[in-house]
Design a protein around this ligand. Structure first.
Ligand SMILES: [Zn+2]
Length: 191
């Protein structure tokens, strides 16, 4: 299927064009993007280029989306599921991963860098990303617009745990932190 995407054509050149969407394999899902954040890393990468060994041309590592296609072997996701996607994908093999410290993975890869990201109409999420990445169902009552900030809100919580500083954050962050509490518990993210 052809889709519209914002394509990295080289340092300083981001252009809207048409790309082929990868076919949905038996362990994969395809999602239709609702909203995608623009992190500082993408602003930097769009100016300087990606790492030498990385060929992805569609950035956008943090986005919300609705499942539009589900592989035959996938049980965790269904058509119409609302998702928030963060970029990090651990290897599952290194010493850090085996100790559960997936955020320190020695072969860490990212959606929007090593796989095409959310600056597109659709994103193909392969089996590996679903198994070891950060793909979460949204709680009821949390909008796709607001949840598009889940990744920066979660990072903010980890790196700036001071409650007084947090109280000054915009209301959207406070709403997100409440909604993300069950996810943080599952991931055992420090509070
Ligand atoms: Zn690892």
């Amino acid at each position: 299927m052809r889709m519209k995407a914002t394509v990295f054509e080289g340092p300083g050149r981001m252009e809207v064009g048409q790309l082929d969407l990868a076919a949905c394999g038996p362990g994969d899902v395809v999602v239709r993007v609702h909203a995608c954040g623009i992190p500082g890393s993408d602003v930097c990468n769009s100016r300087t280029g990606l790492k030498a060994d990385v060929g992805a041309r569609v950035m956008g590592p943090e986005f919300t989306a609705v499942v539009s296609e589900v592989g035959a072997e996938v049980r965790r996701f269904r058509l119409g599921d609302r998702l928030a996607v963060a970029p990090d994908v651990s290897c599952g093999e290194c010493n850090y991963c085996k100790r559960g410290l997936v955020n320190l993975c020695a072969q860490h890869r990212m959606v929007g860098t090593h796989w095409p990201g959310g600056f597109a109409e659709h994103v193909h999420l392969p089996r590996e990303v679903l198994a070891r990445g950060m793909v979460h169902h949204l709680p009821q009552g949390l909008s796709l617009d607001t949840a598009a900030l889940s990744e920066p809100a979660a990072s903010d919580r980890v790196y700036h745990p001071d409650a007084a500083a947090h109280a000054a954050r915009p209301a959207v962050y406070r709403e997100l932190h409440g909604a993300l509490r069950p996810i943080r518990r599952r991931l055992q993210v420090p509070r």
